[in-house]
Design a protein around this ligand. Structure first.
Ligand SMILES: *Cc1c(COP(=O)(O)O)cnc(C)c1O
Length: 389
């Protein structure tokens, strides 16, 4: 063993397959070509003014500059509980059923360390947010994928889970509205998940990163509003996408009280809590920004419509997603996800995400993010129409 060798757990992570694509992007940029990225999902518009104001005020106060407690400020826990009551009709005890997270990504990763041992299984939506499988691997456990396919409206087929895997499973990761598929939760799925989780004693982790980003009058539910969900599950809420706060690193884990206590116990060993000024800024976001969120969704809806119409012009037919900041679409005949992404880059100097980045079931698909300013998105779509139609 060399002194710089990674741990076996890190070594077990799947290889990064897209170095070649990234190299081509770098080469193009280096040769002066104006490459437009529709790849990453990171809101382009500023954090809402009320949040920035609250932060400016909180950051100068000495008591907010100290180590926070992992458990979170009372104001933060109360604001989260009130938001869940008002927005989702879910009753959360601010004392025991909510705790701040330093972003949803941290929460998902740490939940793996709180609940998984070697030999355990985590059921992970595929395609899905990469930490649903990377977290379990780093924790020494085994991710088993739950394919999300269009013929089932991107719901996993729970009856297809191998009984041995279900037996060994301790966690299940779900996410609606869904990244990357743009799907909203199909009717009855959450109810079936509660029953499945009860039968197999699995803790459900619903990643609720996109509940506030929806269109056409659709209002996304919380998993915790499903009867029985508080007995078997928790939800990870994030302010990153809906409040244009990706850089702030703020979210929360809510739901089953024993699961929250266990996550808290893990966190006391790992991090030193969420900056209190950010907790107070998040309170302002949750309490005062629903109009800003609505206005932002109108911007995304416009971009979504433009994207879906352009894709139709190049022969790619997709339904308009009712939520998230993504359009998920099948690659044209004769292409793989990567070969299509490469062609779009070569011909149009536009970056799209190959669906295979998000798991094996994403092969044959690509993802366009709607977080590029209007004029740049329009330019990228024009190029795609010109070069690919
Ligand atoms: C962006 C994203 C996250 C990350 O949220 P943070 O709070 O910024 O860590 C989590 N889950 C999904 C599905 C996402 O798309």
């Amino acid at each position: 063993m060399a002194l710089t060798d990674p741990s076996r757990r890190l070594e077990a992570m799947p290889p990064y397959m897209f170095a070649e694509l990234e190299k081509r992007v770098a080469d193009k940029k280096a040769s002066g070509i104006d490459v437009i990225s529709l790849g990453i999902g990171d809101p382009d518009m500023p954090t809402y003014p009320a949040v920035v104001e609250a932060m400016c005020e909180a950051v100068g106060i000495n008591s907010n500059q100290k180590y926070p407690s992992n458990r979170g400020r009372t104001e933060f826990r109360s604001a989260m509980a009130s938001f869940y009551a008002k927005r989702f009709g879910v009753e959360i005890d601010p004392e025991t059923e909510v705790i701040p997270a330093i972003g949803a990504k941290e929460a998902i990763y740490n939940l793996c360390f709180a609940f998984l041992d070697p030999g355990d299984v985590a059921l992970a939506s595929d395609p899905g947010y990469p930490v649903y499988s990377g977290g379990p691997i780093l924790a020494g456990a085994e991710p088993i994928t739950l394919p999300l396919l269009p013929e089932r409206d991107f719901a996993p087929d729970l009856s297809a889970v191998d009984p041995d895997d279900a037996q060994r499973a301790r966690l299940m990761f779900l996410n609606y509205p869904n990244n990357p598929c743009g799907a909203v939760v199909p009717d009855g799925l959450f109810e079936d998940v509660v029953e499945f989780a009860r039968e197999h004693e699995i803790l459900v982790v619903h990643d609720n990163a996109y509940s506030e980003t929806t269109y056409d009058g659709y209002v996304a539910p919380s998993f915790l509003a499903t009867p029985g969900a508080m007995d078997v599950g928790i939800e990870v809420f994030s302010l990153s996408k809906g409040y244009n706060m990706t850089g702030w690193r703020v979210g929360a884990v809510l739901g089953n009280r024993d699961a929250i206590q266990t996550y808290w116990r893990l966190k006391t060993n790992v991090d030193s809590g969420l900056f209190e000024a950010i907790q107070l800024a998040a309170v302002a976001a949750l309490e005062n920004c629903s109009d800003d969120v609505q206005a932002m969704n109108e911007v995304y809806a416009r971009r979504r419509d433009l994207t879906v119409e352009t894709l139709a012009d190049i022969g790619v037919e997709v339904r308009k997603p009712k939520g998230t900041i993504y359009v998920w679409a099948p690659v044209p005949e004769g292409h793989t996800s990567t070969s299509f992404a490469e062609q779009v880059l070569e011909d149009a100097a536009v970056i799209i995400s190959p669906g295979s980045m998000y798991g094996a079931s994403g092969e044959g698909w690509f993802r366009i993010s709607l977080t590029t300013p209007d004029d740049r998105l329009a330019e990228a779509l024009d190029r795609m129409r010109t070069h690919l139609a």
